[in-house]
Write a protein that binds this ligand. Structure first.
Ligand code: B12
Ligand code: SF4
Length: 566
């Protein structure tokens, strides 16, 4: 980040990626926003506090202290002086393993984020998680864990405003990090700070960050934005959150931030003029109408807002994320937030334009892409593949899409020849009754045929499965699992994420549970930020039975294959 002094007549904003998320690449929102605003001549700086946190936390000093705290906890455990629960027991076991690893390989943990580390990235990621948890030991049970992606667990129930507020009273390693980070940032240079919050796990770290900035720079306006703000945090029911932030922006950030920069030039942000702003107006919480969605066609290939050297990212690994589409053209599956939140209206890039962006990044040396779509369009993917083969532009890529009649052997072979290394697809269940109930636009025949065609083309597939769907019986769940297992064994499926069904707030099943056979929803006590609800009543298996099936299925699959990270 460039430090500088504020020029008269210009407005500057700082965009922040908060902890805790994967350290392999920056989540794409800040990169996209900074690129868009800079290309329009605005003065925008960006800092990835997440990756800085990783580097800070697994430095020698923090690790040494963490090891001491972990040893003390283990001594207390051995003396019968600590009563772990189902969450903390595995963490304590992990401390024991990590301490052993550190003794055998001194210096290993400290070097994990170094570019020159000889270890492959997946191994480094596991080791970074272990190292980070040692660093967290002084604030036990604060921790991270892998579940689909890297998850942070602090003190708070992330979907409860009261719990989030209360958690801020407790000690966190993040507070110490912010105390070191903030003096190194030229915060006086900025008219306001925008923090991007894609995932609910970032609420607690993010509120701690806001509090630290408020304490050091009480007059610096602070705004939050990002998907998890739009779906959850904006529902914070009282004025307390506005002691820490000046507003929350719901929806796409390009237009609101541009309006805020323009207003700052004229003397200061006027929240009533910013689309999507949620703010406090004389004790009342006000909500402005959503901003217009940013047309994907107006979003260029990402600039190098952050330098890949800082990340846990081997040369040739994917760093930038490109979206070929936004939202989902189907958008009606009962359990999916995408169609119902109003935040992700469906848009897709013409293949021509998508290919132009890919070429731009390839010309800048990028060779691997994870496309960041909810549901990439099969025809666009085929066209992209065709064009890259015709023009001899080589790159490897992965993408998230849905089962569709377009998935033939020819289609899959074309994608594979053009560098597609894996498809991620929501399969959910093989049961036609449940697929119909959930509004999935597929049936078992289509899924099985697609998997076979993809396998003939040698295109690896990772599928997302769900167990415990409303009205699902144990028999139906086992039948689906056995069908999946057979495909894992035959090599047709190379990766699986088996999720327990929970009711998302903005999804059709969240808005009209009765329609899907749910007779009562039991959100966890005290939650008021549109929680995902795991507990509900319906016919079919009980919730404890669903949970135990999920654990069983995961364990059996683990034996068949080691599920890779998303
Ligand atoms: C790709 C993706 C992933 C990938 C990679 C993510 C990554 N780290 O790169 C993987 C597969 C790992 C993943 C995992 C998960 N994901 Co995901 N993912 C997505 C997806 C499909 C695209 C994300 C993307 O690239 N968006 C492009 C950027 C540019 O868009 P954006 O983030 O919305 O940003 C815009 C606005 O929000 C706003 N904005 C953003 N920041 C800011 C800041 C300020 C100040 C302002 C003013 C505006 C602003 O402006 C931006 C530009 O217009 C989204 C859905 C979607 N349509 O966005 C879900 C989504 C982000 N994921 C979601 C979830 C829930 C998860 C999981 C928890 C799922 C699970 N069951 O485990 C995991 C956990 C991840 C974690 N780290 O905790 C939710 C999060 C929101 C929520 N429900 O609370 C989403 C929104 C899906 C959904 N519809 O519910 N995910
Ligand atoms: S689950 Fe997939 S296909 Fe269904 S609405 Fe969501 S993104 Fe679209």
């Amino acid at each position: 980040m460039r430090a500088g002094t504020k020029e008269a007549g210009t407005a500057r904003c700082l965009l922040v990626v908060p902890p805790v998320d994967l350290p392999t690449h920056p989540y794409p929102a800040v990169v996209q926003l900074a690129t868009w605003l800079r290309r329009r001549g605005h003065a925008v700086e960006a800092v990835d506090a997440n990756v800085r946190f990783f580097r800070w936390a697994i430095g020698a000093e923090r690790l040494e202290r963490g090891c001491g705290a972990a040893r003390e906890l283990l001594a207390r455990l051995d003396a019968g002086d600590l009563s772990p629960d189902s969450e903390t027991r595995p963490l304590l076991a992990e401390y024991r393993r990590s301490l052993g690893l550190r003794e055998r390989f001194p210096g290993l943990f400290e070097s994990l984020m170094d570019e020159g580390s000889p270890l492959p990235v997946p191994f480094r990621l596991d080791a970074v998680e272990a190292a980070l948890n040692l660093a967290f030991a002084p604030t036990f049970p604060e921790r991270v864990m892998t579940r689909v992606s890297l998850q942070y667990r602090g003190r708070a129930d992330r979907f409860s405003s009261a719990s989030l507020w209360e958690a801020l009273e407790s000690r966190s390693l993040l507070d110490e990090f912010y105390a070191d980070l903030l003096p190194a940032l030229p915060l006086d240079d900025f008219d306001f700070v925008g923090i991007s919050v894609p995932f609910p796990q970032q609420f607690e770290p993010c509120l701690r960050l806001c509090r630290a900035i408020r304490r050091s720079h009480p007059r610096l306006p602070l705004y939050l934005g990002g998907p998890a703000v739009g779906i959850h945090l904006q529902l914070f029911p009282d004025e307390r959150i506005f002691r820490l932030v000046d507003g929350m922006v719901v929806g796409d950030g390009e237009k609101p931030l541009e309006a805020m920069l323009a207003a700052s030039r004229r003397g200061g942000v006027r929240p009533e003029e910013v689309p999507g702003m949620v703010w406090l107006d004389g004790g009342e919480i006000r909500r402005n109408p959503l901003p217009p969605p940013t047309p994907l066609s107006g979003v260029s290939a990402p600039d190098d807002v952050f330098s890949r050297e800082g990340y846990l990212c081997a040369p040739g690994d994917p760093f930038h994320r490109l979206s070929l589409s936004r939202g989902c053209s189907w958008g009606r599956c009962a359990f999916c937030n995408t169609g119902g939140s109003g935040l992700f209206p469906s848009q897709k890039l013409p293949a021509e334009e998508a290919f132009r962006r890919v070429k731009e990044l390839v010309a800048r040396g990028e060779r691997t892409f994870c496309f960041a779509d909810d549901e990439a369009d099969g025809a666009v993917l085929a066209e992209l593949a065709r064009r890259s083969l015709e023009e001899g532009i080589r790159f490897d890529w992965t993408v998230q899409t849905r089962f569709h009649p377009v998935m033939t052997l020819e289609w899959a072979s074309l994608l594979r020849r053009a560098g597609c290394r894996k498809l991620f697809v929501g399969l959910e269940t093989f049961d036609d009754r449940l697929l119909r109930l959930m509004g999935k636009p597929v049936n078992r025949r289509l899924v099985e045929r697609s998997l076979t065609e993809l396998a003939w083309a040698g295109l690896p597939v990772t599928v997302y499965m769900i167990v415990g769907l409303p009205t699902e019986t144990e028999e139906e769940a086992r039948d689906s699992f056995e069908r999946l297992l057979a495909r894992v064994r035959s090599g047709e499926v190379s990766g699986v994420h088996y999720n327990l069904f929970s009711v998302p707030p903005c999804a059709p099943v969240g808005r009209d549970p009765g329609r899907y056979g749910i007779t009562s929803l039991r959100p966890p006590g005290g939650t008021d930020l549109a929680p995902m609800v795991e507990e509900f009543e319906s016919s079919g298996m009980s919730r404890p039975a669903a949970r135990s099936l999920q654990a069983e299925f995961e364990e059996r699959l683990e034996r068949e294959l080691r599920t890779p990270r998303g």
